[in-house]
Design a binder for this molecule. Sequence first.
Ligand SMILES: Nc1ncnc2c1ncn2[C@@H]1O[C@H](COP(=O)(O)OP(=O)(O)OP(=O)(O)O)[C@@H](O)[C@H]1O
Length: 892
Amino acid sequence: MSDPTPLKLTPMLEQYLSIKAEHPDALLFFRMGDFYELFFEDAERAAGELQIALTSRNPNAEHPVPMCGVPYHACDSYLTQLLKKGIKVAICDQVEDPREAKGLVKRAVTRVLTPGTLIEDAGLEAKEHHYLAALFRDTQTDWGGLAWVDVSTGECTGIRIRGQMQLWSWISKLQPRELLLPDHQRPPIQAGDIASRITPLPQRGFFEFGQAKERVLKSQGVADLQVLDLENKPQLIQAFGALLAYLKQTQKRDPDHLQSLRIIHPGDFLLLDEVTLRNLEIFRRMDGGRGPGTLWHVLDQTRTPMGGRLLETRLQYPWKELRPIQDNQAVVAFFLHQEQLRGELNRLLAKTTDLERICTRISMNRTSPRDFVALLQGIRHLPEIENLLRNLPQTQLPDRQHPDAQHAELPTLLRDALGSWDNLPELTDLLGRALVDSPPLLITDGGIFRSGYHAELDTLLELVEHGRGKLQEILQREQEQTGLSKLKLGYNRVFGYYFELSRSQSGALPERFERRQSLVSSERFITGELKQLEDRLLGASDERKSLEYRLFQDLREIVDQYRPRVMRMADAVARLDVWLALAEAARKWSWSRPVITAELDITVTAGRHPVIEACQGTADYIPNDVTMDAQRRVLIITGPNMGGKSTVLRQTALICILAQIGSFVPAAKAELGLTDRIFTRVGASDNLSLGQSTFMVEMIETARILRQSTRSSLVILDEIGRGTSTYDGLALAWAVVEELVRQGQGGVRTLFATHYHELTSLEGRLAGVRNYNIAVKEWKGEIIFLRRLVPGPSDRSYGIEVAKLAGLPRGVIARAKEILEGLDAGKPNKVSPREKNRLRESLPGMAPAPAATVPGPESEILDQLRKLDPAHLSPMQALTLLQSWREQLESG
Ligand SMILES: Nc1ncnc2c1ncn2[C@@H]1O[C@H](COP(=O)(O)OP(=O)(O)OP(=O)(O)O)[C@@H](O)[C@H]1O
């Protein structure tokens, strides 16, 4: 068979293929006229992903080239769709004016869009950070550097951590949209679904120390690593250096909008690792969803995107020192008592736009005139906000009798914020003068600037916008001079402007009317004057467009110079928004101001779970007291299933977190010793996809807790040891409690919910261990949950009663009761009382069929009898079997 004729490429397709070869991992959007076109495999993939028509460039050819396209002015929504799916896109533009091109228009990739470098609002969640991260790990020393940047705001942060597990746990907490990794390093199994967001990059050109260091110093505008706290952190330099190189490669420009690199040390904050954030459902529910059911949903009363993102950061990194917590509490308390002021400020904040992201787009030259209008809208209210804060009428201040009387004057942080308040009057004035109220999206079509902003533009605008009037003037004059009132003015694309008159009258026109076209009943003419005006009008329109384009670029550069000032005000607005939001949450949910101490004790009076309370309603929520002190360091909490054990555990942890972001807390009163880390081991969370069994995950997490907790940590253990056999589980749980009591000079503060009632015997044996239970009442065979945490152990787990509530078939419930009674009554008699007890306690958590859980010869014999087929037994076999059963019964 002969080879098929090879595909003949046009010069344009050759150009396409050579550009595509440089971007094999991205879809190439190739600009042709008013469209971005895609070809070959890219076209097939894009058509499928975007659900657009797949056509071909040359349908009748032997080798049709698959093709699809999107209009360039509407490409943003398509790009966002692709990026959200994790697909990269290279934008290839025409880089010379097609009208001036000799032959094929020059084209080049002007930027590469990747999931981690998005800055357009359509692809971003307003109140979420959106990270591009880079990791470099030195396998010999086991030290790793992790750097991450939110390209949309310019925020960049880095951390140096030892240990593969710790590094990846941090990455899970960050949830970057894209992670840069040296191509010779493989992600470990715990990378989970982040593995699909990895962009491998060669060490050379990205991660090499020398170049990386140069890039870092240049981008941060310093000469020395010491200034950046980066000396002795080579891996972090390599990670950050790779990030900078990648940004330059994809954005085709230096990332000069980045802020100063902030290096964080894990010990500087109340550490909440990814497991704890997940278990406590801070940002996402256990099912992975956002929104209702999360602490974030209850807490977030912010009005601006910047405020929302700052609140997110606060929850990710609560403080660990008294000072910032107390200073922030003071402002929240101040606003809590200023109902009217809060309302007015919130009204203004709601009108404030996303100053950070707008500034980034302006700086990266990926902006539209509408961003400038939005910027103006964002800064326009600054003076009003300042006025409200500065001119508080004395009557609005809380009275001196009030517990928060110290707020009779502005709290320190608020005073500081006002001290550096900047209303940006010059920028407001400039933008106000420059832009029309609703400019177009594109910068190429004009219509952006107000008249009065630029003299030359005014002249052109006059011509363009008042040209119709001038035409009308000429027409009127000609009608008067010729006496032909039927003379009309028209326009078409071929002849431009013309006069028109019926054939019968056209003979009366003077000579200066030059005939251009004869129609059936009329004739069309032009005059020198009309032609001249037409030239000026059409020229003015083009000139106006290119002048506006130039003016826009100039304006962009001027506005960019204000960026540092705007960013400072974005930060001030964000902080104000968070204070107001926390005050709003405190008022809305009736929270109180906790007392934070440097001690270890925790005393919560009438504490509530903020999320469950919000879902169920305050009236239906039963508050509980929790005290942890030297005598009560480890609380063993037993009680019925569904009683509320997990709820008490979680609410205590949430109260500590809220307190350490400076918020009020859901309790009547709370005195809380600072916490350095909250560990949670909650329920059975399968990580099978990561190659770990339920029990393995449980033990890995428990091991981490035992190794890393300190006396200032708070440990939440919700039923550990349930993933294995009862006795192994109990033994492990017992040993874990012993270890927690031993650690941290007097024990680590621990709340341990369990169904292993044996653990309650630790009270009195181990110092600091105390029993609590969730009270329950039995009434006519039904169970009533009291939801009260009371001292002492509980008597049993009420698993069967709860199963009944859950709708387990009546037969199964009856059988379970029978088995339980059998166990209680000592039947079958092979089970020792000790084992019976254990078995009984473990029943709620065990799944095997009842018959299998009841040991003894009867059940075995019955089993054999059921399986037996008498038709296949000889009389002798039957007799032997009977004999053996009898012996079994006698010996059993
Ligand atoms: N204090 C409370 N006030 C009102 N409702 C509560 C309270 N505590 C718990 N609940 C309700 O009871 C449900 C079950 O609580 P929780 O999960 O804490 O029980 P549990 O004792 O941990 O159960 P299990 O042992 O089966 O895990 C909660 O989802 C909530 O709806």
